[in-house]
Ligand binder design. Structure first.
Ligand code: NOJ
Length: 734
């Protein structure tokens, strides 16, 4: 650390100590209290907590932070109350779920993960931070870095997919994007790595459900993105609603004190999830709200989101000697430190500026940034007979599907500050490129849905089916835009059925009967099970939910202005019965079918393999891999190189992926694990040699005692364009 930085830090610590010395116990506890604002609730309303009470508590200095408050005017108004009317005038932090943008929306995080482009992901987070900061927001509850292989879980849209290595890179990029180099700048906001830890393993994909994971999974799959977030300097962590291996994570001293703050040296603060302190009662871990508060503080949950338990109980707990005031001081120190780093003590209103708000929201640079991100997030799943790209002179294009003119669904879930119907629809995007098409809506599949309502799907309204089939009959090419409504994924949007909802598959089959030249454009917030579609439809484009510029990005890919380069960050199953399914699974003791023997690890009614594997994604050009070279002379610095040639006729980008396998290990290793990737661009006919360096970091694993070990013996390498196949080789470690 440089001398100037050391001096700045010690000055900050002195200032915090001086402030702490002036604070009453009630005021300290107030800093640990996070209230929700007056609208846009993102959870069940807590008991009590009327607006009048909240204002009174603000004046008393009993509120440290607020969420679900935004806008330069609104944030300034609340900040003024605290700064001018509370005894010590300690500024509030305003937090919001800025998950993939404020008003200008980027693709949902799972879509961004499909780009495998860390610079773009970082830039996208920086755009989100820039707009959020202009609306007075200081703190986002992102990135969600929960690894998950369960597409039934609606929150997979909010994460980076199933792989810890890719997930760790994305965590780093997003934290750096949100926080920038200077947290006190009015273009950056504090990030929050969540939900520590294991939330992506909620049993059966049901939100808020129990998590039970073993040592290998916890240390080697769940932790890496969180650890990466700490190393990237993330300012805050959020725990979660769930029980992990028998203990609510909100009450876990092992996770929060021992591992996060202890082993990893995290020096920011930990916020609970919405009401999760009080939910320890329902879990069967705390007998009442006092007990829950005691457990929470002891475990290192520094700030209580929305439950009001700390405010109600901590004074009594300290006075009764059940909590040491030093525990309170430690939490408050952490919170004040982040406030100082945000620059709020220098100017509490610096983020609340009406002029800046006007200038930055929907800034053309932001629109350009999210368009670029959207284009790179699209994955070409299948392209038989090169039906795509369509020619701009192509006649007889018919576009079918409810989602084609939907300006809301492409915005996706988790968009608290955005405006409805602000996405460029697919039709508008196509319109900008060619006017030569006809649109038929088909059956109206979706009914209106808002963030707080459950999405209803109209299962019976066949209106439009006949018209769609008629139009398809005479079409040269049919573009079908099908998938999920924007609010079918996200928090509390778990599904047991991950097929195309409603009448869409029926519509697709009817259309296919009369015209096989079908391009299927998918919009969804999670992997879907699409066996019939994959078997029959020649071209399938996965577009997820791409945000504000969705239609432009999709149209540019459809008509070849952009060559798709995305790769799946999550496995697509053949059916929901295969879930959880993931590429980095274990071999099992019975991995292969020995001539008709039934006793091997398989299903009687389905293949083991996925529909589309992790890392899969096609291009309008082709890439040839050759010359795999491995130099393992220095076991601490192994060099792997491979040559990639663009063997097609278009310029394109490829994600070169390196997978490792350790075939003999004390804690058994998965059959393959991603340990390196590079996204490269190649002109037609051009070649590039790509090199990877493997060190202890790539070769090792965490053992049962959370020690990093590299075990001697053979390691196998595969390098290719997906997790499915590639060039293979091996080396030995002594
Ligand atoms: C509950 C969610 O689990 C969490 O991720 C989110 O940040 C909070 N609600 C606040 O909205």
């Amino acid at each position: 650390m440089s001398n100037t930085l050391l001096i700045a830090q010690s000055t900050m610590e002195q200032e915090i100590d001086a402030l702490l010395a002036k604070m009453t116990l009630e005021e300290k506890i107030g800093q640990m209290n996070l209230y929700s604002g007056f609208y846009d609730a993102t959870g069940p309303a807590p008991e009590g907590g009327s607006a009048a009470t909240k204002y009174e508590h603000l004046r008393k200095g009993w509120v440290g932070a607020m969420l679900n408050v935004r806008g330069a005017e609104e944030t300034r108004k609340l900040q003024e109350i605290v700064v001018n009317e509370s005894r010590l005038g300690i500024p509030l932090i305003f937090g919001l779920d800025v998950i993939h943008g404020q008003k200008t929306l980027a693709p949902v995080p799972l879509a961004e993960a499909a780009s495998w482009d860390m610079e773009l992901i970082k830039k996208s987070a920086a755009i989100a931070a820039n707009e959020a900061a202009a609306e007075g927001v200081h703190w986002t509850f992102a990135p969600m870095v929960d690894i998950s292989y369960d597409p039934r879980w609606g929150r997979v849209m909010e994460g980076g997919g199933e792989d810890p290595y890719l997930g760790a890179k994305i965590a780093t990029a997003r934290v750096k994007g949100f926080q920038g180099d200077d947290l006190s700048s009015t273009t950056t906001i504090a990030a929050c790595a969540k939900h520590f830890a294991g939330y992506g393993f909620a049993e059966a994909g049901r939100d808020y459900n129990t998590v039970d994971v073993g040592t290998y999974t916890l240390y080697n799959r769940v932790f890496p993105p969180f650890k990466a977030a700490v190393d990237a300097g993330v300012k805050t962590f959020m725990n979660g609603f769930h029980l992990l291996n028998g203990e609510p994570v909100t009450g876990s001293a092992r996770l929060q004190r021992e591992i996060l703050k202890g082993k990893w040296g995290f020096d920011g603060f930990v916020v609970s999830d919405w009401g999760s302190v009080a939910e320890m009662i329902a879990h069967g871990h705390a007998k009442d709200s006092t007990h829950a508060s005691q457990i929470g503080v002891k475990a290192g949950s520094d700030m209580d989101m929305a439950s009001g338990s700390y405010l109600k109980n901590l004074v009594g707990l300290v006075k009764d000697g059940k909590i040491d005031e030093a525990n309170i001081d430690e939490a408050v120190r952490r919170i004040l430190k982040v406030k100082m780093e945000l620059g709020l003590f220098d100017d509490p209103y610096k983020y609340s500026d009406l002029e800046r708000e006007k200038e930055r929201i929907y800034h053309p640079d932001h629109q350009a940034g999210v368009l670029e991100m959207a284009k790179k997030s699209i994955v070409l799943l299948k392209n038989e007979g090169n039906l795509l790209p369509l020619s701009k002179n192509q006649k007889g294009i018919v576009v079918i599907g409810d989602l084609a003119d939907d300006k809301n669904s492409p915005l996706g879930s988790w968009r608290l500050a955005s405006e409805n119907n602000t996405a460029v629809s697919v039709l508008e995007g196509i319109d900008a490129i060619t006017k030569e098409y006809q649109f038929v809506q088909g059956p109206k599949v979706f009914l209106e849905a808002s963030f707080l309502q459950h999405v209803k799907i109209n299962e019976t309204d066949n209106n439009g089916m006949k018209e769609a089939v008629e139009a398809a009959k005479n079409a040269e090419v049919v573009v079908m835009v099908l998938g999920e409504h924007g609010f079918m994924s996200g928090e509390s949007r778990s599904r047991t059925n991950i097929d195309l909802p409603g009448l869409q598959l029926k519509l697709l089959k009817e259309v296919y009967k009369v015209n096989q030249n079908v391009v299927l454009v998918l919009m969804n917030g999670r992997p879907l099970a699409l066996p019939w579609e994959a078997e029959n439809i020649p071209s399938i484009l996965e577009t997820w939910q791409l945000g504000s510029q969705s239609g432009n990005a999709i149209a540019q890919v459809l008509f070849g202005d952009e060559n798709p380069s995305g790769k799946l960050p999550m496995t697509f199953p053949r059916s929901v019965g295969q879930v959880p399914i993931y590429y980095n699974a274990y071999s099992t003791g019975r991995p292969v079918n020995k001539e008709g023997n039934v006793f091997w690890s398989h299903y009687a009614d389905e293949e083991n393999s996925p529909l589309y594997a992790f890392g899969h994604g096609l291009s309008y050009t082709t890439f040839n891999y050759s010359d795999l070279n491995i130099n393992a002379n220095d076991s601490k610095n192994i060099q792997v190189s491979v040559t990639i040639t663009n063997s097609g006729s278009r310029a394109g980008e490829e994600v070169v992926q390196l997978y490792l396998h350790d075939p003999v290990s004390t804690l058994v290793r998965p059959v393959k694990e991603l340990k390196g990737f590079q996204k490269i661009a190649l002109e037609p006919g051009a070649s590039l040699t790509v090199s990877f360096t493997l060190t202890d970091k790539e070769l090792g694993l965490y053992n049962r005692d959370y020690e990093w070990v590299v075990e001697a013996g053979e390691f196998r390498v595969m390098v290719g364009g997906s997790s499915e196949k590639g060039l293979t080789g091996s080396f030995e470690i002594e």
